[in-house]
Design a protein around this ligand. Structure first.
Ligand SMILES: *Cc1c(COP(=O)(O)O)cnc(C)c1O
Length: 372
């Protein structure tokens, strides 16, 4: 029986394993386990890749968001605007910084924050906007930066799913004050554990994040501000350094897989049975996920599973309806586009090691489902 998991690293790891073990063993021999040479080198490579002057390795993508907010001066009693249709960490980091997450509904085409709805949510307390480049698809940064400039708001990009994506020829993460990356194992550039990075071209913000990740100490044992322990681990940095040279190639392969899905499922889209992910004009999508939307989502998921195909739902509950945010009084129906997406989206298998044949098989099963 055919088995195509929703996600797998097995093939990739097999190819890289010997090289990884050699380099890891070098660190074990040399020591330097905290903020060593490998962290410094991957910070430089990734900052340059993202078109930013500085890269600061931190313990996770979540901490990259949290520390960026602190470095941008986000404090209690302020508000930060973001999308309700994202991984929890986006809004969780706002809450952790003591600010209030203020949600804005999404664009039904891209599932990213709808820039035309931002202005009406800006108050005297609003200090920043966090756009998320969901599934690897760039947000409409022109419109977002325009509103931000008009109201003097900081922009912190959640690029956890979108390393390498371009908007108008420019890398995501380089538009705002800071860009936040995650190296969680399933991300487009994944470590073997948690890891993250802040990229920025603002020297002051870079220095603040660098200070915050070591408990605000400068010099060591003299604490200037309240930070935390949040560093990119040296061993994870080794893994990232080995994988990083493949990233462009992997992104291209993801785009190729997306084009096969697109070709084989476009008839269903024409018949309005399914919505496929589009690529906005002048954007370079890196397809962290290949996500489709259909009102038969739950049945389709079961059908695919019966035919050996794994899928996932990112995300089943929008953030404004999460229990942890109850006290803000957000209501069901307040963000209808995001709520519909939560009921209807399904992410198909998407990783560079999928073969064309496997992708064709998944598309075939989906076509069969709608012909039943
Ligand atoms: C993964 C992810 C994060 C958090 O990254 P971690 O490294 O898991 O902490 C934040 N935002 C989005 C959109 C993500 O997908």
């Amino acid at each position: 029986m055919i088995n195509i998991p929703g996600f797998s690293l097995n093939k990739q790891n097999l190819t890289l394993k010997n090289h990884l073990l050699e380099e890891l063993s070098r660190v074990i021999d040399n020591g330097g386990f905290i903020l060593g040479e490998n962290v410094k080198l991957i910070e430089e490579s990734i900052a340059e890749y993202c078109g930013a002057a500085f890269g600061i390795g931190v313990a996770s993508g979540s901490d990259a968001l949290y520390l960026s907010l602190l470095a941008c001066g986000i404090s209690p009693e302020t508000e930060v605007i973001t999308t309700p249709f994202t991984f929890f960490a986006t809004a969780g980091s706002i809450e952790r910084a003591g600010a209030k997450p203020v949600f804005v509904d999404i664009d039904p085409e891209t599932w990213n924050i709808n820039p035309s709805l931002i202005e009406e949510k800006i108050s005297l307390h609003t200090k920043a906007i966090i756009p998320v480049h969901l599934y690897g698809c760039p947000s409409d940064m022109n419109s977002i930066m325009e509103v931000a400039h008009k109201y003097d708001l900081k922009v912190i990009e959640d690029a956890a799913q979108a390393i390498g994506a371009l908007y108008r020829g420019k890398k995501v993460g380089s538009f705002g004050e800071a860009g936040c990356l995650s190296f969680f194992p399933t991300k487009n550039l994944g470590a073997f554990g948690d890891g993250g990075m802040v990229v920025t071209s603002n020297r002051e913000i870079a220095e603040r994040v660098r200070l915050l990740r070591v408990h605000g100490a400068k010099p060591k044992y003299y604490h200037q501000v309240l930070g935390c322990n949040s560093r990119l681990d040296e061993l994870q940095a080794v893994i990232l350094r080995i994988k990083f040279p493949y990233l462009e190639e992997w992104s291209k392969r993801r785009r190729k897989i997306a084009s096969i899905y697109q070709e084989l499922l476009s008839n269903l889209e024409k018949d309005k049975l399914i919505k496929l992910p589009g690529e906005p004009e002048r954007a370079y999508h890196v397809y962290h996920q290949y996500t489709v939307q259909t009102d038969k989502r739950d049945e389709l998921k079961v059908y695919l599973k019966e035919h050996g195909v794994g899928t996932a739902i990112y995300y089943p509950l929008p953030l404004h309806l999460q229990k942890v945010f109850n006290r803000y009084g957000y209501r069901q129906g307040e963000f209808p586009v995001a709520e519909a997406a939560c009921r209807q989206v399904l992410s198909l298998p998407m990783y560079p090691e999928l073969t064309d044949g496997e992708v064709q098989y998944v598309a075939q099963i989906i076509n069969n489902f709608f012909k039943k």
